[in-house]
Ligand binder design. Structure first.
Ligand SMILES: [Zn+2]
Length: 139
C-alpha cells in the first residue's frame, strides 16, 4: 500500500491552503492563522477566510536537509525555510526551491510563492501540488 504524507481526501480538503495560501483571521481579535483554524485562541469561532498575498514574503531563517525520506530522495538537499508575510506577520514553514547552493539563501531575503509538485505517487497516478517559495528574482 502506498504511503502518503497526507491522505488524499484530507489533502483535497486543504487545497485552498496549499494552492491559494488561504488563512483564517479572527473577527474578534484579528489574529491570523496559517494553516487556517476554526477557532481562535481568544475563544472566538467567527473566523474569516483571507489570502496571504497582501504583502511581501521574507525569509526569516532556513536549514538544509541532506537526509530525507525516500519520497524526497530525488530533491535533496532540501532547503526548508520560515517565511513571514509582511501584511499579517504570519510565518510559514515551507520548502524553498530553485536554490542551486546554500549561498543563494540569506536571512531577510525576499522570496515569492510558486506552484509546484509536492508529491507523486506513481503507483496510483496521484500528483499533489502546493505552494513553495523561491528567492525573488530582482530586475
Ligand atoms: Zn481571536
Amino acid at each position: 500500500m502506498p504511503a502518503y504524507t497526507v491522505p488524499v481526501p484530507r489533502y483535497w480538503r486543504r487545497i485552498g491552503t496549499y494552492y491559494r495560501l488561504e488563512a483564517s483571521r479572527c473577527r474578534n481579535c484579528g489574529r491570523v492563522y496559517y494553516p487556517p483554524r476554526m477557532r481562535c485562541v481568544c475563544g472566538c469561532k467567527d473566523m474569516e477566510k483571507i489570502r496571504l498575498l497582501g504583502g511581501k514574503f521574507q525569509l526569516i531563517d532556513f536549514t538544509v536537509l541532506h537526509s530525507v525520506s525516500e519520497d524526497f530522495e530525488k530533491q535533496k538537499p532540501i532547503f526548508v525555510g520560515i517565511v513571514e508575510e509582511s501584511s499579517t506577520n504570519v510565518r510559514i514553514i515551507t520548502q524553498i526551491v530553485d536554490v542551486a547552493d546554500v549561498s543563494d539563501l540569506e536571512k531577510s531575503r525576499e522570496v515569492e510563492p510558486v506552484f509546484r509538485v509536492v508529491k507523486r505517487d506513481g503507483n496510483v497516478g496521484i500528483i499533489c501540488y502546493g505552494t513553495k517559495f523561491r528567492p525573488k528574482i530582482v530586475g
